[in-house]
Design a protein around this ligand. Structure first.
Ligand SMILES: Cc1ncc(COP(=O)(O)O)c(C=O)c1O
Length: 369
């Protein structure tokens, strides 16, 4: 038996314990587009043969339902993320990946989701909508996962963000792998890599071969500048992807999104996008240096500036409400993170263009006088 065959059977056995039994048992909706291939006369999906006459939509055929998992985008993303098409589900942003995993695995009032605040908010929201039990196990003082506490909680799903939003730090890979190892029998360890392109470290996707319970979330919303198109991906063992395909919306991505994502991932566009990533990382380091210098001059008003591996910085100030309000009055939107455990008076600042960052810095200099 080849090693990949062995791994698939591992994941299939794991899913018997992790997935909701009713989802395992059901066959899932088969749409007209899934059931039949191309033909000259398409009369199987109650579509309208007449499309709106719009400029700029080319041959998109927007009167037809789109392919549920567009082959070209699937192949482009699989190449970008270093996995096979069978290990990848194309989703409407990684928000949809979080939701699908939660719905596939958690029975209301029975199964548990662990997330580790301070963290991205959607893990708890999706778990709450599903009625799952929720265990918030805080990151340690140095913002790392508390491996023993998470293992002791015995969840169905654990969500970790690498680099973490909003703190900006990377999780130590050995801790993520220890979780995969110690929870290999009953838990999916979901590593959200929404910001990994800004971190200059390899994706944990290289570990998918070794760990059947590892799931990675990726998105085109951040480094690739396509938040408005809503496109992300779940990377996991093929058996897990098959399970999620059963419960995904029949046609997750519109034809317009599919066409624009495919165009934006063409080679020439990738060169441009990678240059933007470099620019944003340099701008992040510059803003970090400038804000740190300001912090040294005004330590009572600007108390901490943390380094970041994402496209944002986290700062702690004397009065976060006042900072966010005054910034909004000056035309600058910032995100108050004070409601997150351990982040009293903390504010998250996204990295913008050079001009936007200069304006932000000038505002901070004035605010901290
Ligand atoms: C850590 C993290 N994961 C996922 C998302 C959702 O991204 P998407 O636009 O792909 O749904 C965000 C968005 O801010 C995020 O910060």
């Amino acid at each position: 038996m080849s090693s990949s065959a062995l791994r698939n059977s591992d994941a299939t056995a794991l899913l018997q314990r992790v997935a909701r039994p009713e989802i395992l048992a059901m066959s899932g909706y088969v749409s007209a587009r899934m059931e039949a291939g191309a033909a000259e006369v398409i009369l199987n999906a109650n579509e309208n043969p007449y499309a709106p006459q719009l400029d700029g939509v080319g041959d998109w055929q927007i009167n037809r339902y789109p392919p549920p998992q567009p082959e070209q985008v699937l192949a482009q993303l699989a190449e970008l993320y270093g996995v096979t098409s069978a290990q990848l589900l194309v989703t409407r942003g990684s928000d949809e990946g979080i939701d699908l995993l939660t719905r596939a695995c958690c029975r209301a009032g029975v199964d548990k989701v662990v997330y580790c605040p301070p963290a991205f908010g959607m893990y708890a929201v999706s778990a709450g909508i599903q009625g799952a039990l929720i265990d918030a196990i805080a990151l340690t003082d140095d913002w790392q996962p508390d491996v023993d506490a998470i293992v002791a909680a015995q969840p169905k799903l654990v969500f970790l963000c690498h680099p973490n939003n909003p703190t900006g730090n990377l999780m130590q890979p050995h801790r993520l792998l220890a979780l995969c190892q110690r929870l290999s029998e009953q838990t999916l360890v979901i590593v959200d890599e929404a910001y990994i392109e800004f971190a200059g470290v390899p994706s944990m996707a290289t570990e998918l071969r070794q760990h059947a319970n590892l799931v990675i979330l990726r998105t085109l919303s951040k480094a690739w500048g396509m938040a408005g198109l809503r496109c992300g991906a779940v990377l996991a063992d093929a058996a897990i992807i098959q399970l999620l395909r059963k419960i995904m919306a029949p046609y997750p991505l519109s034809i317009a999104s599919q066409a624009l994502v495919a165009a934006a991932l063409a080679d020439a566009q990738q060169v441009i996008a990678r240059a933007h990533i470099t620019t944003l990382v340099q701008a992040r380091e510059q803003l970090f240096a400038d804000l740190t210098a300001l912090q040294r001059r005004q330590p009572e008003l600007l108390q901490t500036v943390w380094p970041s591996a994402g496209n944002f910085l986290l700062v702690q100030v004397a009065d976060a409400d006042k900072l966010v309000r005054t910034a909004a009055d000056a035309g600058i939107l910032l995100r108050n993170q004070s409601r997150q455990p351990g982040l009293h008076n903390c504010v998250r600042i996204s990295i913008g263009t050079a001009a936007e960052n200069r304006r932000l810095l000038a505002f901070m200099e004035t605010f901290c006088q």
